[in-house]
Ligand binder design. Structure first.
Ligand code: ZN
Ligand code: FE
Length: 237
């Protein structure tokens, strides 16, 4: 099982989330998607952890710009998709779709979800019921299609929809407010969505991240996950 700490980065501009993951059995830890180094260094010293790995979901600078500084500071090894090996700064270890990565005793399954970028992966820890979705899935919306097609993204969305309902998801940005207006516009009369938005507003007002939330809610409320056919999905673009 992993313990997860959320770290807000690029506050007020891109509102990225990086995560510190600690394998409870061994104490071995990792940083996922270090958008910038400073807030992560601060959190690591508070927690007294020395990350052994840096895990990336995709190559974009707002997920990798802390890679080199943290690698140098902690002697951490950088892990990312083989497809992105040429464009993830400082990469040491590559992972492939369908493969695994062991963080101490905790196993991550690597799942390719092209669409936002061609090399985007999910980090899925089935035993901890946690999935790190980077810029593939946000609260009530999905990531922009920088490199992939809507058809590719539809397949990636189906993969998310097939993960268990009680999986908690950890996105790459705090975009709930934007997602909420989009979702409300698409389904004005969804009582589950109204509850979701009320809960999100409470958390945001308290200065807390909206996530983690279970995928069940996302399947009920996120317009892209609610689409039942490729046609319905494509209408959202
Ligand atoms: Zn991105
Ligand atoms: Fe991003």
């Amino acid at each position: 099982m992993i313990k997860i700490h959320t770290v807000l980065c690029r506050e007020g501009t891109m509102d990225n989330y990086a995560y510190i993951l600690i394998d409870e059995a061994t104490g071995i830890s990792a940083v996922l998607d270090p958008s910038e180094a400073a807030p992560i260094i601060k959190k690591c010293s508070e927690l007294a952890v020395t990350p052994a790995y840096i895990l990336n979901t995709h190559h974009h600078f707002d997920h990798t710009e802390g890679n080199l500084e943290l690698k140098e500071r902690y002697g951490a090894q950088i892990v990312g998709a083989a497809k992105d090996a040429h464009r993830i700064p400082g990469i040491d270890i590559t992972v492939e779709d369908g493969g695994n990565f062991k963080l101490g005793d905790s196993k991550a399954e690597i799942i390719a979800v092209p669409g936002h970028t061609t090399g985007h992966i999910l980090w899925y820890f089935p035993d901890s019921k946690a999935v790190f979705t980077g810029d593939m899935l946000f609260n009530l919306c999905i990531g922009g299609l920088f490199e992939g097609s809507p058809q590719q993204m539809w397949k990636s969305v189906l993969i998310i929809k097939n993960l268990p309902d009680d999986t908690l998801f950890y996105p790459g940005h705090e975009y709930t407010a934007q997602g909420a207006s989009f979702a409300k516009y698409n389904s004005p009369d969804n009582p589950e969505l109204d509850k979701y938005i009320a809960l999100a507003q409470q958390k945001l007002a308290a200065g807390q991240p909206v996530c983690p939330l279970p995928l069940k809610l996302e399947k009920q409320c996120n317009p892209y996950l609610r689409a039942r056919t490729p046609e319905e999905f494509l209408q959202l673009f």
